[in-house]
Design a protein around this ligand. Structure first.
Ligand SMILES: Nc1nc2c(ncn2[C@@H]2O[C@H](COP(=O)(O)OP(=O)(O)OP(=O)(O)O)[C@@H](O)[C@H]2O)c(=O)[nH]1
Ligand SMILES: [Mg+2]
Length: 523
């Protein structure tokens, strides 16, 4: 909708706002926007009757429209904001939650708006409107009865405070006992921030002596002026009860009627415009607030998953580093293991070799032949002797080696568990299930070594020389060569057994590390 000046009119702005609210998934906000648009279209403005409980606010509204349409009483009564507006005949409607308006009996309003029949607004009434054929309201002015503040019902105070943004002008009802409370002052101050037209009324004037009225009015005027920073006079003295009963003196009732009349005639249009501006701005802000919340709600899971990714990334980096440290520890364990076995191999080599050599020499001496065939016989003897000694040593060492190996693997797994615990202490990362000792033992614990490695005994020149040498020299040469051959066999094969052991330790470590890495990668 475009206004004559080419700009978007306020009605158009509200229609757009309503559409946006629907698109943003806020039907409740759209409903508030529509209600504002409707009341502005009809030129209605709200004069709210506010004040502490039991000031006679409901009675005052009744007196102003000349009919007892609102429930009143000696106990806190009004529990829901009630708009009294012009209608051709007396009627009422009520709205619950997000439901549509429902017609109701104007004589049964207490069912919806009274503290007794709807305590703390447990029925979920969100709006009540009473249509009254009162000339005062023909201009579009609506008198709004609000729940009294400061009573034991916090819900009542909250309902009134929630209505403050919709107030276009206010009838502030004060009394004499107390003249004005701290809660009332705070509420009036809040309303005065947005609203220029405040009418102050001292009700129940009939109950007070002249002196009491004077005192109460002086006090209230002073306190209000100080607080609001503007004149809070005159304070009109009335008796709503007398007025309703059409009894008693006039007091300031005519002045009050005139104030309201002139508000309706002179300021009505301004109030509607101001309500439009204020309402539109407030609703735009609310929609933006809703959108911000929705955006935050959308971004939250993203932020959370980013934060979790970051935790995981750090955990994995830390794990990689720990894994490297774990590697160093594994190496230390390995070194400690190798040493005793290397020592054992050296011990065996040093002790067994001379004995084996002696056995070989004895066997050679027992040989009937001293001819060139002796060399092959001697080689066979050397192989046989070495094999016997190595087999014996291997069998002897087997249980010991196995115990050492198991010890090493257990230590590996122990280190690994420590590593897993470090990882689990990083928040957001589940404990990493790691390989067990059994898994690590998948590597064979027994000697792979079974067959002896036979190194090449001697070269062809030795055999040729055997043919040329005289018998005794030949025997000595063969003995010397095969003793050396025996030593070589010892050396090569004990080294192989040692390496076999070391290989198995390395293999089980590799397996553990690999499995750990794979699991880390799965994170
Ligand atoms: N004497 C006297 N009594 C009044 C006057 N106005 C109201 N009352 C009585 O004061 C009591 C409270 O009146 P209500 O109109 O219910 O007061 P209220 O401010 O609407 O009360 P809440 O809705 O509970 O905040 C009722 O018993 C009224 O009859 C008045 O001008 N003079
Ligand atoms: Mg009331």
């Amino acid at each position: 909708m475009r206004g004559s000046d080419g700009g978007v009119t306020n009605g158009g702005r509200l229609a757009a706002l309503s559409r946006l609210a629907i698109e943003a998934g806020s039907p409740e906000l759209a409903r508030v926007v529509d209600a504002l648009a409707e009341r502005l279209r009809e030129g209605r403005f709200y004069v709210a009757c506010v004040g502490q409980f039991k000031r006679g606010k409901s009675t005052l509204v009744n007196a102003l429209v000349g009919e007892s349409v609102l429930p009143t009483g000696v106990v806190p009564i009004t529990a829901a904001v009630t708009v009294v507006r012009h209608g051709e005949r007396l009627a009422a409607r009520v709205r619950f939650g997000e439901r549509d308006w429902e017609e109701c009996d104007p004589g049964s309003l207490a069912t919806y708006v009274s503290e007794e029949q709807n305590p703390g607004n447990e029925k979920g009434v969100v709006a009540v409107e009473v249509f009254v054929p009162s000339p005062l309201l023909e201009s579009g002015m609506c008198l709004v009865d609000t729940p009294g503040i400061g009573s034991i019902s916090a819900a009542n105070t909250a309902a009134t405070r929630e209505f403050v943004p919709h107030v276009d002008a206010a009838l502030v009802v004060v009394g004499a006992d107390p003249p004005i409370s701290g809660d009332e002052l705070a509420l009036v101050q809040e309303i005065a921030r947005e609203v220029a037209d405040l009418i102050f009324v001292l009700n129940k004037a009939d109950k007070l002596s002249d002196a009491e009225r004077e005192q109460a009015i002086r006090f209230t005027e002073r306190v209000l002026s100080e607080r609001l920073g503007r004149r809070a006079s005159p304070i009109l003295q009335v008796s709503a009860a007398e007025r309703l009963a059409r009894a008693g003196p006039e007091r300031d009732w005519n002045l009050l009627s005139q104030r309201l009349d002139s508000l309706a005639r002179q300021s009505g249009a301004d109030l509607v415009r101001a309500a439009e501006e204020r309402g539109t701005a407030a609703l735009v802000e609310r929609l933006l607030g809703d959108l911000d919340e929705q955006e935050a709600a959308l971004l939250r899971p993203l932020e959370e998953s980013q934060a979790r990714m970051e935790v995981l990334r750090r955990a994995v980096a830390q794990a990689e580093q720990s894994l490297e440290e774990l590697g160093h520890r594994f190496t230390a364990v390995q070194e400690r293991l190798y040493r005793p076995f290397t020592d054992e191999r050296d011990r065996f080599f040093n002790q067994a070799l001379p004995l084996a050599q002696r056995e070989l020499q004895a066997a050679l001496r027992a040989e009937p032949t001293a001819g060139p065939a002796l060399r092959q016989r001697a080689i066979d003897h050397a192989i046989e002797v070495t094999k016997r000694w190595l087999d014996r040593w291997r069998q002897e060492q087997e249980p010991r080696v196995e115990a050492l190996y198991r010890g090493a693997v257990e230590r590996f797994v122990e280190l690994l568990h420590g590593f897993q615990q470090t990882l689990a202490s990083v928040s957001g990362v589940q404990g990493l299930p790691g390989p067990s000792v059994e898994a690590a033992f998948q590597t064979k614990s027994r000697f792979h070594y079974t067959d002896m490695l036979i190194v090449a005994p001697s070269s062809a020149p030795s055999r040729l020389l055997d043919l040329l040498r005289p018998g005794s020299q030949r025997v000595r040469a063969i003995e010397r060569d095969t003793t050396a051959f025996l030593e070589r066999l010892f050396e090569v094969n004990t080294a192989r057994i040692k390496n076999d052991f070391q290989d198995r330790v390395v293999e089980s470590r590799r397996r553990l590390e690999q499995e750990t890495r794979d699991r880390l990668r799965e994170l």
